[in-house]
Design a protein around this ligand. Structure first.
Ligand SMILES: *Cc1c(COP(=O)(O)O)cnc(C)c1O
Length: 417
């Protein structure tokens, strides 16, 4: 059973002040998660988490993570700008972008962010820019190709992934960059998304650590850092078990000692760029039931729609739903939970067994703290919802107001509202 981080009474109280739908974040949970991550990697002297900003690009959240010692992982101009405005200095910003425009490389350089090169070809591209000088530290993104398997289980398909460069490109890239004055190097790789296993990071780490030895042999370079990137997942489904970051941290530690320390590379810093793992369970989407409709199925129509949470419509992703106040009800029925978009994939749940729902009930859609609000859009001229922080002292704080019609009209030319 999955339990929301807030009870019905508290949530109803917030909903009287701030109309549904809204995303609510749990400050306490976020801080505890960051502390657990840092504790799990305390064995590594230079460890740092660069939170993947795309997961939850909300300044109040970024500031909490910054206070907990995290940096920011950015992939676009505005993410860089936001991180800079939130007080992250260059050493706390990773720029892991792909298909990157020249201006964004230059802006990242200006901020002093670490640029994580996605493509070997970008070295020539940057060399040809008249006003770009290579920084002293550069990172390169590795893609091993093939399939990424753990035991007999295929986790993902790097061969098909647009990200990163091959091993020979990576090694050649380091040689080229050395000639261009780069002095310190890092390596990054992201091989599987939303892994619900404590073995993903250790397995990824082993592959990267072994490659680090090869890089030293081929180029003489001792890597400064290895970035394990994102991919540690969450238990969206009630029958899944949450990853245990302390087990993950000691799994990486063991491989680190075996492969790196044992071969004279015990100074390498470990970086992570977790997004989902840090935030998903610490956010929820609160939505109220507007209508109940019966045709060939029973439909529960709520005031949120796929514009507020795209993952179910986009990937068929499962998000658990709690009917607040009816957690222990034994009166169940099978329903589709829908929004109001003119799109039949606008469903938060299909043929799900839930407690019997009535109009006016408040629903919690779980695990929306990452890739939730941030993947929102404005189809059907729907406006983006508010975001609220449940602060450590239990009081709510509005951290993003809901959009108004004038926000939607603001970019239109020759249209006077
Ligand atoms: C999306 C992304 C992440 C975060 O991934 P999660 O699955 O949310 O942990 C980290 N690094 C890069 C480069 C990404 O694109």
């Amino acid at each position: 059973m999955k339990t929301p981080f807030i009870n019905k009474e508290q949530l109803e109280a917030i909903a009287t002040e701030f109309p549904t739908p809204f995303h609510l974040y749990d400050e306490r949970g976020i801080r505890e998660k960051a502390r657990a991550l840092y504790a799990a990697f305390a064995w590594n002297k230079g460890f740092k988490e660069f939170f993947a900003v795309k997961a939850t690009p909300t300044p109040a959240i970024l500031k909490i993570l910054h206070e907990e010692g995290c940096g920011a992982d950015c992939a676009s101009y505005v993410e860089l700008l936001m991180s800079n405005k939130c007080g992250f200095d260059g050493s706390e910003i990773m720029f892991s972008s792909n298909d990157t425009p020249a201006d964004e490389f230059k802006f990242a350089k200006k901020l002093g962010a670490t640029i994580n090169l996605d493509a070997y070809e970008h070295i020539a591209y940057l060399t040809e820019l008249s006003d770009f000088e290579f920084p002293e530290t550069m990172s390169l993104r590795y893609n091993p190709g093939g399939v990424f398997a753990m035991g007999t289980k295929i986790m993902d398909n790097p061969e098909e992934s647009k990200f990163g460069m091959t091993k020979s490109q990576l090694i050649q890239g380091i040689k080229d960059l050395q000639k261009l004055g780069v002095k310190r190097f890092g390596m990054h790789s992201f091989l599987a998304s939303n892994t619900v296993t404590n073995d993903y990071y250790p397995e990824l780490a082993r592959q990267l650590f072994e490659l680090a030895l090869e890089i030293r042999t081929e180029t003489g370079v001792k890597l400064d850092f290895i970035n394990l990137s994102g991919g540690v997942g969450v238990n969206y489904r009630p029958d899944e078990t949450a990853n245990d970051i302390s087990v993950i941290g000691s799994g990486v530690h063991k491989v680190y000692d075996e492969v790196l320390s044992a071969n004279g590379l015990g100074e390498v810093k470990i970086f992570t760029e977790l997004g989902r793992f840090m935030l998903a369970p610490h956010g929820l989407l609160a939505t109220r039931v507007l209508h109940k409709k019966k045709t060939y199925r029973t439909y529960i129509g709520v005031d949120a729609s796929a514009v507020n949470l795209m993952r179910p419509a986009f990937y068929g992703a499962y998000h658990h739903i709690t009917v607040m106040g009816k957690e222990n009800s034994e009166m169940l029925e099978t329903v589709d939970v829908t929004g109001s978009l003119c799109e039949n994939n606008d469903k938060f749940a299909k043929q799900r067994e839930l407690p019997v729902i009535e109009e006016g009930d408040l629903l919690v859609i779980h695990d929306t703290g990452a890739h939730g609000f941030s993947m929102g859009y404005q189809y059907n001229a729907k406006l983006r919802s508010s975001e609220i922080l449940l602060q450590t002292d239990g009081t709510p704080r509005l951290i993003r107001r809901a959009e108004r019609p004038e926000d939607y009209f603001a970019t239109l030319m020759g249209f006077d509202f």
